[in-house]
Design a protein around this ligand. Sequence first.
Ligand SMILES: [Zn+2]
Length: 310
Amino acid sequence: MKNYRVFDAHCDTMRVVWEKNENLKETSCMVGLNMLKKYSGFTQIFAAWINSKEGNPLAQAVCIADKFYEEISRNQLTPIFDAETLTDVVTGNKLGAILALEDGVALCGDIRVLNMLHKLGFRAVTLTWNGSNELGDGAVDSEGKGLTAFGKDVVRKMNELGMVVDVSHLSERGFWDVIELSSKPIMASHSNARAICDHPRNLSDEQLRALIKNNGAVGINLYNVFLNGTNDASMTDVIRHIEHILSLGGENIIGMGADYDGMDFAAKGIENAGKLCCLFDELSKLGYSDELIEKLTYKNFVRVFSECLR
Ligand SMILES: [Zn+2]
């Protein structure tokens, strides 16, 4: 294995260790501290996924943030709130952690909540989950409408505060609203190519081309269902998505958004964060240049966060 630097744009691990009352050092999760230590630096975005069916959404976001800070104080993890710290973590080969909100439902339709979640350390927001919320419609379980007036306010405010807008899970119309509105690069933190696997959670070629123009980033998702529509996917399926995005000219947007602990099954051979290097080794064997592999493993997402964070 080479010495890879990694930036992974999505996992639900912080939610799971909070629910199970575990910690990142000793956990049964797909992301654990010892796995990240194998690499030459690893920055992980920890998403606070909100279960809207399970009580107060804002309280869930705040409790997962509390867990995030507990893990930070217990472990050698550097929390990243600004571009300078991100550079320091990456160049210093450290372990970095970014707190993100997955589902703007926790904003309770009030822009002041976004302000306070930013003060609490959140640096990215996935605007919707699969259904609709106060910000707009999701990609799976909704009428597919675009952003609401509040959703548009949130995008503008996130640009201003220095937070990264995440369009994974968003309806297609919502995606185009964000593209039109955002003054900064955006990300689809954990979505694949719809041309390879026709699922509403994946992005069309038009959307991927728009992300290229936006100078944004897309994180390859390792969930079997988004890779080939079944519960049985392999590294070859992952590589098909990567190759397709590259064929559209996506060299400067492609990255990782593994979605660990947000799924039942991950692609064979890459079942946890410790095995991500097997995918990178495979790309290397296929003749991918070191430069391209670095863009995919961390550089593209680091660029988007450097441009957005203050
Ligand atoms: Zn998700």
